[in-house]
Design a protein around this ligand. Structure first.
Ligand code: PHE
Length: 435
């Protein structure tokens, strides 16, 4: 049977950007940037994406495309007979399942808020988070079961542009909110909060916050880029695709920032306290539902906002779901439908634990975002830098000689993959240990 692949380079671009653009961009980035020095944080973020995340993206995409198979099989095929890498491959099945199992809880909450923003009043009880989690997981599985091109790519091609348009419209609405009589702040102060560079805030902690944000936001170290890399057509340009995804992910985060932060400043009395207090998803789920109704056309804006959030979450959760599905199909010989059902059941059981026990959920999040994903990224870098050769790298960058790549670009990227990026990731690890 012929292996599925993305239909076009544009298809690959929107699908991978869909994985990258998610809840991380909408609630985490605006808050992170605002409280960590505004534009100074954004500059730092850019530097890290260029020096550490871009090489890591190339490494992961290239592992997948080189062997054209799921993540564990790729590592085994590219390093035959090396048991350690065989074991490492399993990690790239465990990580996306763990991420999926709490991501789908947040996705479910988003769906619940969406129905409320439409004026419906769904029954709520102790078990309702579990029911919403199941609904969100089911929606994810129903997209994945149709396959890479007919399910994932088709969904992303329609929904990503829609998501982009909605968020731009909400940003325009937020930026044009009138100043409230007697209010201390206005929407313009929100923009200043987000973009005024405050270089005095830059220290070791901010650097790490920027690197961690970049890692999570680009779905690095989770097996997703390897799996999606395996669906990129052999002649498509990997470096260009990776660069465009990183650019789009940041652009989206900035637009989402312009949609959220100015609204909080224009409509709330204590925006600074609200923003500096938010270390979790409270901004999106506690503050914003209360902010929207205060603005003209508020209920419409609120409904659109939660709809956009559902789209952003779904295009990310399908990527997490696809990683184990591709493994079960290719390695265990299951049909796609059975594989999807199996992943649904496993994620639902774990998701139930997260939905009913917030402590389990934050433990999963901490474990994945702070430890397992950077570890996965580090292993992918070491694999490409030290197991594969520079010839492999240049072959992938030129897509087997289809396009020209400068020797200097290959040399710089090879240095980044072998030394610079791994040292960067290890620095994050050490700082977590000692903080
Ligand atoms: N990048 C996604 C976001 O920003 C999260 C994600 C993590 C997606 C790991 C896939 C894998 O929300």
């Amino acid at each position: 049977m012929q292996r599925d692949s993305f239909g076009s380079r544009f298809g690959a671009l929107v699908v991978i950007a869909g994985s990258a653009v998610g809840l991380g961009n909408i609630w985490r980035f605006p808050y992170m940037a605002g409280t960590n020095g505004g534009a100074a944080f954004i500059i730092l973020y850019l530097v890290f994406v260029a020096l550490i995340c871009f090489p890591c993206m190339i490494a992961e995409l290239m592992i997948g495309r080189r062997s054209r198979s799921n993540a564990p099989t790729s590592l085994r095929a590219l390093a035959p007979g090396r048991r350690a890498w065989d074991w490492t491959g399993k990690l790239f099945i465990i990580i996306p399942i763990l991420v999926l199992s709490y991501y789908c809880v947040i996705g479910g909450v988003t769906m619940e808020f969406f129905t409320r923003s439409l004026g419906m009043n769904p029954p709520s009880g102790n078990w309702s988070p579990v029911v919403w989690t199941a609904v969100f997981l089911l929606a994810t599985g129903l997209i994945v079961v149709f396959g890479v091109q007919k399910g994932i790519e088709r969904f992303s091609k329609v929904m990503m542009p829609l998501l982009f348009i909605i968020v731009i419209l909400i940003a325009i609405r937020a930026l044009t909110l009138p100043v409230r009589p007697g209010a201390e702040y206005s929407a313009a102060d929100g923009i200043a909060f987000l973009f005024r560079p405050d270089f005095s805030k830059i220290d070791g902690k901010t650097c790490l916050a920027a690197l961690g944000q970049a890692f999570f936001s680009l779905s690095l170290g989770s097996g997703v880029l390897m799996t999606y890399g395996s669906y990129i057509r052999p002649h498509d340009n990997l470096a260009k695709t990776a660069g465009q995804i990183a650019f789009f992910d940041l652009l989206f985060a900035i637009i989402a920032g312009c949609a959220i932060i100015p609204a909080v400043f224009a409509l709330k009395d204590n925006p600074l306290a609200i923003l500096s207090d938010n270390t979790d998803s409270a901004l999106v789920f506690n503050i914003l539902p209360d902010v929207f109704p205060q603005m003209p056309l508020g209920s419409l804006v609120g409904a659109f906002f939660f709809f956009a959030l559902i789209l952003a979450a779904l295009t990310s959760s399908i990527s997490q779901f696809e990683v184990p599905v591709s493994y079960l199909v290719e390695e265990k010989g299951l049909s796609r439908t059975v594989a999807c059902a199996a992943v649904f059941c496993i994620a639902l059981v774990l998701g139930m634990a997260c939905a009913l026990r917030p402590k389990v959920m934050s433990a999963f999040d901490g474990l994945c975002a702070n430890w397992l994903m950077p570890l996965g990224g580090l292993l992918a870098l070491l694999f490409v830098g030290w197991v594969l050769t520079r010839g492999d790298l240049s072959d992938e960058l030129s897509s087997g000689g289809t396009h020209k790549v400068g020797e200097r670009f290959i040399a710089v990227l090879s240095f980044a993959i072998r030394y610079l990026a791994p040292v960067g990731v290890i620095a994050v690890f050490l700082s977590q240990l000692f903080s």
